[in-house]
Write a protein that binds this ligand. Structure first.
Ligand SMILES: *Cc1c(COP(=O)(O)O)cnc(C)c1O
Length: 311
């Protein structure tokens, strides 16, 4: 049995009504670790344990680190997560609550990752958050579930950080005969390394991440995400942080499920200008989830975005 769950794939009455189209939601927010990351991370951790790994090491303070901590506890393998000081108290708690060892090191992820790499011993397995073929294979299982459950959509919408989710979904789509279905790849302004890379035709590295959607905060996309551009129709959309936060709050009201702005970005794209979505009558959205936001934090971000004095 894999570590992840088969998640519901349901029609959104509210979004379908609003768009006058069929909008289907793949609810990976319901994974036990709170995001789709468990699919790929679970597959990687199981394979590494079978190959003799005695400890899993991660340098992600977000949903990947939380998924590694969850997988390690389930598999009975100790986990070390090294995170930077910028990692929220909530994320640190969630990692510790899964029983993982947590080390806080450095101002940014680069420093935390340097320490994590330096402590990796011969019996340790480093689990990358987005750039690893076995991880993509794990993520791809969500498309098998979608294809088994319902008809082929006319477009698939998902959020992009480093591109691991994108690579997994595209792999699953190819396997299920969905190679002709366009993918709408969504990022937030200030975390839009993939859209910029595609526009320039080569990997573009953002100098810094200025978006609040921290789970999308890779400075450059993985090479495999770039390689897909010539093999599949991909439309890039960039939304504002404010739109992503508003979409998360609306999703909470409409579906009673709390998701991060990283996931809100994909939901916000439904309202964006998009030739692929305009041409579609059935749209599938990957509800990737995320546990590092709270209702309070979303509301605080939302009121910060409001124009002062604008009511
Ligand atoms: C990791 C993550 C993403 C982005 O996934 P990538 O594989 O890095 O592109 C999007 N949303 C959530 C909630 C995530 O945890």
């Amino acid at each position: 049995m894999p570590l992840h769950l088969q998640t519901p794939y349901v029609r959104s009455p509210a979004a379908s009504r609003r768009l006058g189209k069929d909008v289907l939601l793949k609810l990976d927010a319901l994974q036990p670790s709170g995001s789709f990351k468990l699919r790929g991370v679970g597959a990687v951790c199981e394979a590494r344990r079978a190959a003799g790994a005695r400890r899993f090491v991660s340098s992600s303070g977000g949903n990947a680190g939380i998924a590694v901590a969850y997988a390690g506890r389930e598999l009975g393998v100790p986990v070390l997560v090294v995170v930077p000081e910028s990692t929220s108290a909530r994320a640190r708690d969630l990692i510790r609550l899964e029983g993982a060892e947590l080390i806080v090191q450095g101002a940014s992820w680069a420093e935390a990752n340097t320490l994590a790499q330096s402590v990796i011993g011969s019996h340790d397995a480093f689990v990358h958050p987005f750039d690893e073929p076995l991880l993509w294979q794990g993520h791809s299982t969500m498309v098998d579930e979608m294809a088994a459950a319902g008809p082929k959509p006319d477009a698939v919408v998902l959020a992009v950080g480093g591109g691991g989710l994108l690579c997994g979904v595209l792999e699953g789509m190819a396997r299920n005969g969905w190679g002709d279905v366009p993918v709408v790849a969504v990022e937030t302004q200030g975390a839009d390394c993939y859209a910029r890379s595609v526009a320039q035709g080569r990997p573009f590295e953002l100098p810094a991440i200025s978006s609040i959607a921290t789970s999308l905060g890779a400075k450059r996309p993985c090479d495999a995400a770039m390689a897909w551009v010539t093999r599949h129709e991909i439309e890039n959309i960039v939304v504002s942080d404010a739109a992503a936060v508003a979409a998360s709050l609306r999703f909470l009201d409409e579906h009673r499920i709390l998701v991060e702005p990283a996931c809100g970005a994909a939901l916000a794209a439904l309202d964006a200008e998009s030739p692929a979505l305009a041409a579609a009558s059935r749209i599938a959205v990957i509800v990737c989830g995320g546990v590092t936001a709270t209702v309070e934090s979303l509301q605080a971000l939302s009121s910060r975005d409001r124009v002062p004095g604008g009511g």
